[in-house]
Design a binder for this molecule. Structure first.
Ligand SMILES: *[C@@H]1O[C@H](CO)[C@@H](O)[C@H](O)[C@H]1NC(C)=O
Ligand SMILES: *[C@@H]1O[C@H](CO)[C@@H](O)[C@H](O)[C@H]1NC(C)=O
Ligand SMILES: *[C@@H]1O[C@H](CO)[C@@H](O)[C@H](O)[C@H]1NC(C)=O
Ligand SMILES: *[C@@H]1O[C@H](CO)[C@@H](O)[C@H](O)[C@H]1NC(C)=O
Length: 349
């Protein structure tokens, strides 16, 4: 176990708390099959190794806000993310999850046992579970001798009761409930596919007949625009020096890795920090044809037509990342068109 101090303003709260000598200790447990980042109210605070990584954090006992991880399609801001909510006054706690996407299951258990309906564990491992909110509550009932009804929980005594938050209490990421197919050239029979469904660093990404398997379901992480294989911790990755003709692969997802940051714009996927686009090699739709990156050009059908049908869905997912999307919009697209003839020639021969 490690103890972490929190960044600036949390520290201030913690100092204030010592006046009232009321520190709430929260133990974080990562039972997910991947390492996770921990965020508190929009700030990164910790990193936990997979399969049992633990840390202990100290909060003011009136701590109010959210603790969560961005793994598996969650976000740094908490949008689209399972969150542990606390409203320090009266010891309220609760789970919030996105109605459409469960990035992790969660359990919040007070360190003291239940009494009279108070201090019960809050657990949620599936979409639509009645023990979680789909939208954070904005008002809380006044203190009462009667325990609140789930999805609201309370553990008012002792006032500094601790909690354990477990991410992925079942030890796995939730079953794939979402994830979109990515079709080349608007061809609904063909899908962007992880070769052989092998989830490992370096597995090539190719075109294959759509067959509904997880190897063809992609999620678009809110807050950051990585393109991730649903239910795994692998991301579409363009390698360390993306360029024309470089084959695409999957790689373990890392925050802020240039090779994994994409912008979806005008029906193309472009690397956020490069002028390279996801490109159907030679325009060839045969099973097993690897996909690549190629210099973006406006009229190139091998880049333009990813996902005509799902366009709105993908745009929606990406648009919730205002910062990255703003970067996309401010990118001078005209500067990189029209398409260089040599590239097109290469792609069509
Ligand atoms: C928490 O309590 C401290 C002092 O006990 C107070 O200064 C602070 O404003 C409180 N914070 C909240 C969110 O109520
Ligand atoms: C689905 O496609 C994958 C390619 O990733 C292939 O390995 C697998 O055999 C296919 N499954 C079925 C049921 O067609
Ligand atoms: C298309 O891709 C397949 C699979 O990689 C390959 O066998 C075939 O030769 C390609 N066809 C052309 C015309 O390049
Ligand atoms: C994609 O968008 C369509 C049209 O808005 C909608 O009917 C469909 O349910 C969406 N698919 C997913 C997986 O969200």
């Amino acid at each position: 176990m490690r103890t972490f101090s929190l960044p600036g303003h949390f520290l201030t709260l913690a100092v204030a708390a010592t006046l009232a000598s009321a520190v709430r200790e929260i133990t974080l447990v990562n039972s997910c099959p991947a390492p996770i980042n921990i965020f508190v109210n929009g700030n990164w605070v910790d990193y936990l190794p997979d399969n049992g990584g633990t840390s202990l954090m100290s909060f003011n006992n009136n701590f109010t806000g959210f603790i969560y991880t961005d793994v598996n399609g969650g976000s740094e801001t908490g949008v689209g993310t399972t969150r542990a909510g606390f409203f320090g006054q009266n010891g309220y706690y609760y789970i919030v999850l996105d109605p459409n996407h469960l990035n992790v299951g969660m359990d919040i258990t007070p360190t003291r046992g239940p009494y009279n309906g108070f201090c019960e564990p809050a657990t949620c491992n599936s979409l639509g579970c009645p023990t979680a909110y789909t939208f954070p509550p904005t008002r809380f009932p006044p203190p009462s001798f009667q325990a609140p009804n789930p999805p609201l929980y309370a553990c008012p005594r002792p006032t500094n009761v601790g909690f354990t938050i477990t991410f992925c209490p079942t030890g796995v990421f939730p079953p794939i409930t979402q994830g979109l197919e990515i079709h080349p050239n608007g061809d609904m029979q063909k899908c962007l596919d992880v070769s052989g469904g092998v989830y490992a660093d370096g597995t090539p990404v190719q075109i294959y007949d759509c067959n509904g398997t997880g190897a063809q379901k992609w999620i678009f992480r809110n807050g950051r625009t990585s393109v991730q294989v649903a239910g795994t911790n692998f991301c579409l990755d363009a390698g360390s020096s993306p360029g024309n003709g470089i084959g695409m692969k999957i790689w373990t997802c890392y925050r802020g890795l240039a090779a994994q940051e994409w912008i979806y714009f005008n029906n193309k996927f472009r690397l956020a920090r490069s002028t390279q686009c996801l490109d159907l090699t030679d325009g060839n739709l045969s099973n097993g044809n690897p996909v690549q990156t190629w210099h973006c050009s406006a009229g190139n059908p091998n880049q333009r037509s990813w996902n005509n049908v799902q366009r709105a869905n993908i745009s929606r997912a990406f648009a919730s990342s205002k910062r990255d999307f703003a970067a996309a919009v401010s990118f001078p697209w005209n500067a990189i068109s029209p398409s260089p003839p040599s590239a097109c020639a290469w792609m069509r021969n």
